[in-house]
Ligand binder design. Structure first.
Ligand SMILES: *[C@@H]1O[C@H](CO)[C@@H](O)[C@H](O)[C@H]1NC(C)=O
Ligand SMILES: *[C@@H]1O[C@H](CO)[C@@H](O)[C@H](O)[C@H]1NC(C)=O
Ligand SMILES: *[C@@H]1O[C@H](CO)[C@@H](O)[C@H](O)[C@H]1NC(C)=O
Ligand SMILES: *[C@@H]1O[C@H](CO)[C@@H](O)[C@H](O)[C@H]1NC(C)=O
Ligand SMILES: *[C@@H]1O[C@H](CO)[C@@H](O)[C@H](O)[C@H]1NC(C)=O
Ligand SMILES: *[C@@H]1O[C@H](CO)[C@@H](O)[C@H](O)[C@H]1NC(C)=O
Ligand SMILES: *[C@@H]1O[C@H](CO)[C@@H](O)[C@H](O)[C@H]1NC(C)=O
Ligand SMILES: *[C@@H]1O[C@H](CO)[C@@H](O)[C@H](O)[C@H]1NC(C)=O
Length: 835
């Protein structure tokens, strides 16, 4: 059949015509002539901006091929749309063609027997489709349309803009269409080399009061706030801007967000990032020939969903960032005090019985300057007045708040909330008002939310001035031992040290005062004017955090108090300098004992066992009891300090938080930690969890018992590392040979200690299991060390990082970039050798 003409490749004018007179004839056209195959052929939009073709995303994509669209003239290729993201072609012979039978685009495998991907068959239109055309428009939209249908050029049989991937191009709609049932949202790629459907989504939830959400899996992590006629309630700063214009359409048929670039020669896109919890607006910078980050959302912690829980407002410039609204109090004051706000606030006085028996027993309090609460369960009438809205709310017992839907002019419409009011942010300028239902007795209390904040420290720091005149410390509330259970109004208990005092105390950070150098910066010994000895950690300036975030983190960490943690005495923030001031430990770190021939004799078995148990308890506190769930991420002998009684104290906890790592299980770009202590999943994939700390703890236990370094230890005849050696000795029933020879001739060899030592080795091996799920939690470890409640411990399996070469190769091979960002081998508080 000669009616298919050859497709003119690499010519700007791109479409395939199937000049037939009826669908019946079209049905007969199989197999279709390919539009493009994956052999480097591409389709280009008329103006040359966009290009459609097969691509291979990256080195680790196994050569998988995907059909995608990208900017043709940008050297740093950024694929903005992928057709077969979840069904890659595995060979080079696949092709794109039009399936004329069901009027769709299809990607078929090289042997033509498998359809890898198909655009949805288009609904049969009421007129006959005479000639199908696939075209890549200048907007980057791949469309399938009827060549002869000139009635409405915007109506396509199918368009790629209806099926976004991770990128929102100018002119694309984000949102839903009740006629077609489409809900267009972005979904991140799985990884930079893998376009398959990832975890992060951004879209508009179908609800009465439309607003955008971002999800990780099924969990929300950001909400835009309802639209208010001008923009999103949660982004009052989004106004007319020089780069793009935007619109929100909200009518019976459609709800969507869309933007256009004001200057069409600029290139700017919105991308759902696949690694961080971010939606980013990128812009192509012609001068630097790179993609620059123009904006990203969430912008701060208060943008994270429900940071402060119900009936609380979040304001990043304040400390703490969360505050209960007037008339509400924290649900769990202890948790609130610990900066764990997610439980939120509850009413100080309950609402009266509903429906009320008397009149005027309740009313509404107006709050202003807010991002409106989660509108998932709200009700809307766009024509009601505010007065009608109030009555509507009063008539329904489950109504908790109301406000105008549209804030333009005097405001119009009615939005009503049912249930708890969650996820409110407070703005210093902009923001909306809301009327919250209150018992009559609360109505007199201020009409406006004024954040009566504990100002002293924050003010001083925000202002950056006045600090010097405030004396030696500024205590907001001096919290010393003994009163840690009292709960005051203020939340700040962290003394601030003045820079010049620190400079004096450390002899201007002189080398002779230097205690060690860590991944986060050097540590100096200091003697304050009053004779108090301190250790000053001078943080390297690349924490990537703002001052307020830094402060928040430091305050959090300062609240962690446990006898097996080094006490944070205060901090010093001045200019670019950020320092943490700790209590000074005269015996310095554990490694200066256990790895030193002479000093190791000072640690008999009893002391070593106490040290192991102390570290375990400190770590348990960090993981579980502190409620902050701190993952240390760099536990090792040089980060365990010994006090006068040789009791262990963990140092450097929480620094990963300060340096922008997430808390809880997660994945991180910045692998902090030390070779020889890192769990396999952390070293290789940056996956950290409490279980990666357990791994490091296991190493530490083996080191304390054996007096040998995890790294740098080689068994004579094999390349076994300490773990491998311990595993071998265990299997050969010679576990006790692992014990430090410094313990010979000591009481440790007395028979009553042997079971305890074996139990320690056993626990250590369980902690260094290859798979995180095989390792015990610290709570279990503490029980195991204490005798296991009389139960036998499970037998260990072969541990992770068995041979010394393994972790190293693994890190270099699979994540060389991470190795560079890893901290150096010897970190904080490490004594220079030989001192
Ligand atoms: C398209 O038509 C083919 C037969 O030509 C059929 O096997 C396939 O299921 C159809 N696809 C859709 C999406 O309808
Ligand atoms: C055609 O290729 C697909 C995918 O590459 C494969 O699954 C199928 O078995 C092949 N069929 C034949 C007949 O070779
Ligand atoms: C086809 O439509 C369904 C439902 O509307 C959608 O889930 C699916 O992703 C569509 N498939 C393609 C290839 O566009
Ligand atoms: C459709 O368009 C083709 C060429 O563009 C033309 O030859 C044909 O007559 C048209 N058919 C109808 C039904 O308009
Ligand atoms: C649009 O951007 C281009 C490139 O930056 C610039 O040369 C041009 O003057 C801009 N046009 C307008 C109307 O601003
Ligand atoms: C995701 O964000 C990170 C950090 O900002 C950036 O390096 C990376 O390129 C982003 N990914 C995409 C697809 O834009
Ligand atoms: C919305 O309010 C107006 C004015 O009060 C009323 O006429 C209309 O019926 C209401 N619509 C709905 C859906 O309740
Ligand atoms: C109150 O509002 C809820 C949620 O919209 C609704 O289910 C309920 O029927 C309403 N009750 C009354 C009495 O109108």
């Amino acid at each position: 059949m000669g009616f298919l003409f050859q497709f003119p490749f690499a010519v700007f004018h791109v479409f395939l015509l199937l000049p037939c007179s009826s669908t019946a004839v079209l049905d007969a056209v199989t197999p279709t002539q390919p539009l493009i195959d994956s052999d480097g052929q591409t389709l280009v939009s008329k103006d040359g901006t966009f290009e459609l073709g097969f691509f291979t995303p990256g080195p680790s994509s196994n050569g998988n091929r995907y059909l995608g669209i990208w900017y043709r003239n940008i050297p740093v290729r950024r694929v903005v749309w992928v057709a077969n993201r979840d069904t890659p072609a595995t060979d080079s012979g696949s092709s794109l063609s039009i399936d004329t039978g069901n009027r769709s685009l299809v990607i078929v495998s090289s042997n033509k027997s498998a359809t890898l991907w198909s655009s949805n068959a288009t609904a049969s239109s009421n007129h006959l489709v005479t000639s199908l055309v696939a075209e890549l428009l200048n907007t980057g939209n791949l469309v399938l349309r009827d060549q002869n249908d000139t009635s409405n050029s915007e109506e396509f049989l199918w368009q790629s803009f209806d099926y976004p991937c991770d990128t929102l191009l100018p002119g694309m709609k984000l949102g839903w269409d009740s006629k077609s049932g489409l809900n267009r949202g972005l979904t991140s790629w799985k990884s930079p080399d893998d376009p398959s459907t990832g975890d992060f989504r951004w879209g508009i939830q179908v609800q009465n009061n439309p607003e955008e959400f971002m999800w990780k899996g099924s969990e929300r992590f950001h909400r835009s706030g309802p639209w208010n006629g001008l923009g999103r309630s949660g982004a009052p700063e989004l106004r007319d801007n020089p780069v793009f214009s935007y619109k929100f359409v909200w009518n019976e048929d459609e709800v969507y967000y869309q933007y256009e670039l004001k200057n069409k020669s600029l290139i700017s896109i919105v991308v759902m990032n696949q690694t961080s919890y971010l939606r980013q607006r990128l812009a192509w910078n012609e001068a630097s020939q790179s993609w620059g980050l123009y904006a990203s959302v969430p912008r701060d912690r208060c943008d994270n969903y429900a940071t402060c829980g119900a009936y609380a407002t979040c304001m990043v410039s304040e400390s703490p960032i969360c505050e209960c609204m007037k008339g509400f109090k924290s649900k769990s004051p202890e948790m609130w005090e610990m900066a764990e706000w997610s439980q939120g606030c509850v009413r100080e006085k309950p609402l009266p019985e509903c429906p009320p028996r008397q009149k005027n027993v309740e009313g509404f309090v107006r709050y202003n300057g807010l991002k409106l609460p989660d509108a998932t369960h709200s009700w809307v009438n766009k024509t009601m007045s505010l007065g009608e809205c109030r009555n509507k709310c009063l008539q329904n017992c489950s109504c908790t708040a109301y406000t105008s839907t549209d804030i333009r002019g005097a405001g119009s419409g009615c939005s009503i909330w049912h249930g708890d009011l969650i996820d409110m942010k407070m703005f210093s300028t902009g923001g909306q008002e809301i009327y919250i239902r209150m018992p009559a007795s609360e109505l007199e209390r201020g009409n406006k939310v004024t954040r009566s904040r504990v100002g002293a420290i924050v003010g001083a720091i925000v202002g950056g001035l006045g600090l010097l005149s405030l004396g030696y410390f500024i205590y907001f509330r001096v919290k010393q031992q003994g009163d840690s259970n009292t709960r005051g109004k203020g939340d700040l208990e962290l003394p601030l040290f003045e820079l010049h005092k620190i400079v004096d105390a450390t002899a201007n950070f002189s080398d002779s005062n230097k205690l060690g150098e860590g991944g986060f910066g050097p540590v100096y010994k200091g003697v304050m004017a009053d004779g108090q000895e301190v250790a000053v950690k001078r943080l390297s300036s690349d924490s990537g955090q703002g001052l307020k975030e830094f402060k928040t983190e430091v305050i959090l960490i300062s609240k962690l108090q446990h006898r097996n943690l080094v006490k944070l005495l205060g901090c010093c923030i001045q200019g670019d300098e950020k320092m943490l001031v700790y209590e000074y430990m005269p015996h310095r770190s554990l490694d200066s004992f256990i790895f030193d021939k002479g000093r190791s004799r000072l640690l008999d078995w009893g002391k070593r066992f106490d040290i192991i148990c102390g570290i375990a308890r400190g770590l348990l506190y960090l993981h579980q009891d502190s409620r902050l769930r701190i993952i240390h991420r760099d536990l090792k002998a040089s980060n365990v300090l010994l006090d006068r009684e040789l009791k262990p104290k963990i140092s450097d906890f929480g620094l990963a938080r300060i340096f922008g790592g997430e808390n809880g299980e997660g994945n991180t770009k910045r692998v902090v930690g030390t070779y020889g202590y890192m769990a396999p999943e952390y070293a290789a994939d940056g996956l950290f969890s409490v279980k990666s700390d357990v791994f490091s703890f296991g190493i530490l236990v083996l080191e304390i018992i054996s007096g040998k370094k995890s790294r740098g230890f080689y068994h004579r005849d094999e390349s076994l590392n300490l773990i491998g050696y311990a595993w071998r000795m265990w299997n050969e029933g010679k576990a006790l040979e692992l014990m430090d020879s410094a313990l010979d001739n000591q009481d440790s060899s007395s028979t009553e200690n042997l079971p305890q030592a074996i139990r320690c080795i056993h626990t250590g091996l369980l902690c260094v299991q290859h798979y995180a799920e095989d390792r015990p939690s610290m709570a279990t470890v503490v029980v195991m060390l204490g005798g296991g409640d009389g139960r036998a411990l499970p037998p260990p399996k072969e541990p992770g990082f068995f041979k010394d070469k393994e972790p190293f190769n693994m890190m270099v091979d699979s994540s060389s970039s991470k190795v560079e960002s890893s901290s150096t081998n010897e970190l904080s508080f490490t004594l220079p050798q030989g001192r």
